[in-house]
Design a protein around this ligand. Structure first.
Ligand code: CAA
Ligand code: FAD
Length: 380
């Protein structure tokens, strides 16, 4: 497989790297402490074209490939995984979902604002009793002719409060099980749409995670995405691509921690020499470097599969499963390389270690990725 990057890819990577260093790094520790959403930074990312990278230029998107997107995700995530999850949800779940399955009117009304960063999107599938088991939805949308009436609760929604537009997955016909599920565009502020309190999280504390409560919310029929009953497939197809973005986030978290550990090992002295000269530390760095390179190859393979029009359910699941484990392993070892300094906020690696854990949970836990992978390799 040829992973040679083009000049344009390198430019995108460099732009994301510069943005992360100049705009995200300065306040990242404070935002994490205060659980503060990176409002200004996301606005700027929108202006620079990072919020709708792969979307159709007709609707303000960048028309870029998935490789460009994962390069940007990796660089942003090296510094600030809270900002990068906002970028990821907006790009690969909301913009991609709307661009691929929405109609012209929906794209003109909603996608154009999401690609420019003027509006932020959220993807609302999980419920208090339906996370991994996503077909066990309890939220209902009952058909009333020209509109639906939406009732229920969604849980753990990224951008829950900051989003303007929410893609909500709901049951329209329980008898039909997953074939009786639809996806709707719901606007913040509609009557009966309530936002629950912010979750106090271990990591990605700068992102806002909320439950959402729908009490008789009137959703116009034109806000349904796709044919009646397409909602579960919509969610699964969209998540297959989203998982590539989260794999790139995990890769970035690992690579960011490794770069810090590498530098630290060259300056910190113990027993009369830089710690890099102790083989125990050098071997940790060797393992980290190898794991990161392997994760990067899997992420690239999934991105290239998607760009080539090949099936990426399997490669995306493998990339997410592996890269998220690498993120956990590498960040833990990066804290170890830093010794006591690794345990304090100033040195960044403790935050990266806390941020790493979520990549094994959201957009399908590691166990769910293994279900996707094993079902594929075992099918006749
Ligand atoms: N593409 C298209 N269709 C798919 C599909 C895919 N990748 N995967 C499944 N389907 C279809 C199946 O073909 C089937 O349809 P038909 O019967 O019409 O053929 C239907 O979906 C049901 O499939 P399964 O029988 O395989 O369903 P299941 O109940 O066994 O569940 C699952 C499958 C993979 C475990 C799925 O429930 C799943 O992915 N769960 C995890 C949910 C998840 O990832 N949530 C993430 C929420 S968003 C988020 O987390 C964002 C964030 O943090 C930032
Ligand atoms: P459960 O499904 O209850 O799983 C509990 C444990 O059991 C896990 O280890 C799981 O892997 C395991 N398990 C479950 N079923 C099986 C099985 N069949 N075989 C083996 N093991 C199994 N959701 C959204 O829709 N939109 C968002 O924007 C969003 N953002 C999130 C942000 C954060 C910070 C968090 C924490 C979650 C977010 N989620 C979001 C929800 C996330 O996708 C779910 O938490 C995740 O899918 C797991 O669901 P659950 O929490 O209900 O765990």
């Amino acid at each position: 497989m040829d992973f040679k990057l083009t000049e344009e890819h390198e430019m995108i990577r460099q732009a994301a790297k510069d943005f992360a260093k100049n705009e995200l790094l300065p306040g990242v520790v404070e935002r994490d402490n205060k659980q503060e959403f990176p409002t200004e930074q996301i606005k700027k990312l929108g202006e620079l074209g990072f919020m709708g990278m792969m979307a159709n230029p007709e609707y303000g998107g960048g028309g870029m490939d998935t490789v460009s997107y994962v390069l940007a995700m990796e660089e942003l995530s090296k510094i600030d995984a809270s900002a990068s999850v906002v970028v990821s949800v907006n790009n690969s779940l909301v913009c991609w979902g709307l661009d691929t399955y929405g109609n012209h009117e929906q794209k003109e009304k909603y996608l154009t604002k999401l690609t420019s960063g003027e509006a932020i999107g959220a993807f609302c599938l999980s419920e208090p009793e339906a996370g991994s088991d996503a077909t066990s939805q309890k939220t209902t949308a009952i058909d009333h002719g020209d509109h639906y009436i939406l009732n229920g609760t969604k849980n753990w929604i990224t951008n829950g409060n900051s989003a303007d537009y929410h893609l909500v997955i709901a049951q329209t016909d329980r008898e039909k099980k997953h074939r009786g599920i639809n996806a709707f565009i719901v606007e913040k502020g509609w009557e009966g749409f309530e936002i629950g309190p912010k979750e106090d999280k271990m990591g990605i504390r700068g992102s806002d995670t909320h439950s959402l409560i729908f009490n008789d919310v009137k959703v116009p029929k034109e806000n349904r995405i796709g044919e009646d009953g397409f909602g579960f497939k919509f969610a699964m197809k969209t998540l297959s691509g989203g998982r590539i973005g989260i794999a790139a986030q995990a890769l970035g978290i690992a690579a960011g921690a490794y770069e810090l550990a590498l530098e630290y090992s060259k300056t910190r002295k113990a027993f009369g020499t830089e710690i890099k000269n102790h083989q125990a530390i050098a071997f940790k760095l060797a393992d980290m470097h190898t794991q990161i390179e392997a994760a990067r190859l899997l992420v690239m393979k999934a991105a290239v599969d998607k760009d080539n029009g090949d099936n990426y359910d399997l490669s995306g699941a493998m990339a997410k499963l592996y890269a998220s484990q690498v993120a956990m392993d590498v960040t833990t070892e990066a804290v170890q390389v830093h010794g006591g300094n690794g345990y304090v906020k100033e040195y960044h690696v403790e935050r990266l270690m806390r941020d790493a854990k979520i990549t094994q949970i959201y957009e399908g836990t590691s166990e769910i990725q293994k279900i996707v992978i094993s079902r594929t390799i075992l099918q006749d």
